[in-house]
Design a protein around this ligand. Structure first.
Ligand code: PLP
Length: 428
């Protein structure tokens, strides 16, 4: 049987496949450049593991209090080496990215302090952490105030606005690298570095925290290489490499990491407790695989951008611009487009391919959201997944793919469903 027949048996028409192959022919140089970045990052991760003398005994496990978990402690040193920071907190007790950001903030802010976001509105779930939308236990309830400076209409930092917004109460400055559920451009590490430099010229003791979700290993440098005091992310996104079954990380200065650890566990206990219950091996192996997994996801994102751009849909980033995270936004302008796209991603999955995704009221979000994922780890968005809030401009946010062939199949399947729904015409 040929590859083409197999695609057909799986529901991809020869027209859709041909359209995809034509687009792919134009992407050879892009993909080669990506492979260069991946090679660099793979070496960086291996070097960090060698430097910290990772050995078989680190892949073991503890239970109970988890005192002297050398696997956990060494993994944290490996993360610190990869991110070039003094310390890191990498734990299965950090339940998700929002939780990691929540403890990074709550651990480092005190009543009377002000938090300043300089990349505009933060990710939806952080609105309740901060108290922008009133919520029990929010920073606002503890007397921590919040201010934000929006990005300029062209997506750049508003340096004048940032300098004006910093006041004697300002303690921590937050920057979100990825666009999240917005159609603004993602911020490059270089641009983040300029913003941090600007903040530090006003007051060099201000803590700069970067929400690094979806950005890890996309470039050869990370925000911690350009002055960030803390970088924060989820292990069921890039750095978990698809193998971490849970978890989050914070890498940064010893002071920031200790403050976060005292919030994660309790004052006094901090980093000393926290059993790893058998996850150490998947954390190490996932980090080892992460650069190549991110490569697969980026190829998928670039492929999707070029396909949907050719069909006339607005895409962010566009087909040719440089990448700073793994997310691809495609605007369909109608709920049916978002729904058809998500059905295609679901139909291409290795797990739960037969289920049909439907919009629902997800906790933490202010509109119905449709999510497609046939993942080995629930909600893992380093695995091929798509989601979209059912509200204008009806954009779908697509990300992940543990392997490039799977990402390719998912995008072809999404295109197939759009063609079948009468929303895409391949005779351009
Ligand atoms: C995913 C994400 C988060 C939250 O992570 P969860 O693991 O879903 O809680 C925060 N910020 C950004 C930019 C994200 O992409």
């Amino acid at each position: 049987m040929t590859k083409e027949t197999l695609y057909q048996e799986m529901g991809i028409s020869s027209e859709v496949l041909q359209f995809g192959e034509t687009v792919l022919d134009s992407l050879k140089e892009r993909f080669a450049a990506l492979d260069e970045t991946t090679e660099y990052n793979q070496l960086k991760v291996i070097q960090a593991m060698q430097k910290n003398r990772v050995s078989m005994e680190h892949l073991g496990s503890t239970s109970g209090y988890g005192y002297n978990d050398i696997g956990r402690d060494t993994l944290e040193d490996v993360y610190a080496s990869v991110f070039h920071t003094e310390a890191a907190l990498v734990r299965p007790q950090i339940t998700c990215g929002t939780h990691a950001l929540g403890i990074a903030l709550a651990g480092n802010l005190r009543p009377g302090d002000e938090l300043l976001s300089i990349s505009g509105k933060p990710y939806d779930t952080l609105e309740e952490v901060i108290g922008i939308r009133p919520s029990k236990g929010s920073l606002a309830e503890y007397g921590i105030t919040y201010r934000q400076v929006d990005l300029l209409p062209d997506g750049n930092f508003n340096f004048e606005g940032i300098k004006k917004a910093i006041n004697p109460k300002t303690k921590l400055v937050a920057i979100q690298r990825s666009k999240g559920y917005q159609t603004r451009p993602t911020l490059s590490v270089a641009k983040i570095g300029e913003a941090i430099a600007c903040v530090k010229t006003v007051r060099k003791d201000l803590i700069c925290m970067v929400d690094n979700c979806y950005g890890e290993f996309v470039e050869t440098i990370e925000p911690s290489d350009v002055g960030a005091d803390m970088v924060v992310g989820s292990l069921i996104k890039n750095p978990g490499g698809g193998l971490a079954p849970i978890g989050g990380y914070i890498a940064g200065t010893t002071e920031c990491i200790e403050n976060a650890a005292y919030r994660l566990t309790t004052p006094g206990l901090g980093r000393e407790v926290g059993a790893t219950l058998g996850v150490n091996k998947s954390f190490y192996q996932g980090l080892f695989l992460a650069p190549t997994v991110v490569n697969a996801a980026l190829k998928g994102a670039i492929f999707a951008a070029n396909i949907f751009e050719k069909l006339g849909f607005p895409v962010v980033p566009n087909g040719s611009e440089s990448r700073h995270d793994i997310i691809q936004a495609v605007t369909f302008g109608k709920p049916e487009g978002v729904i058809a796209f998500c059905k295609g991603i679901q139909a291409a999955a290795p797990v739960d391919s037969y289920v049909t995704p439907e919009p629902w009221a997800m906790p933490g979000y202010d509109s119905d959201v449709i999510m497609a994922a046939g993942a080995f780890v629930q909600g893992s968005s380093i695995e091929l997944s798509a989601d979209g809030p059912i509200k204008p401009p009806y954009a779908v946010y697509f990300q992940g793919g543990l392997t490039w062939p799977h990402a390719k199949l998912g995008i072809l399947m999404a295109l197939q469903k759009l063609v079948e729904a009468g929303m895409a015409d391949l005779r351009q």
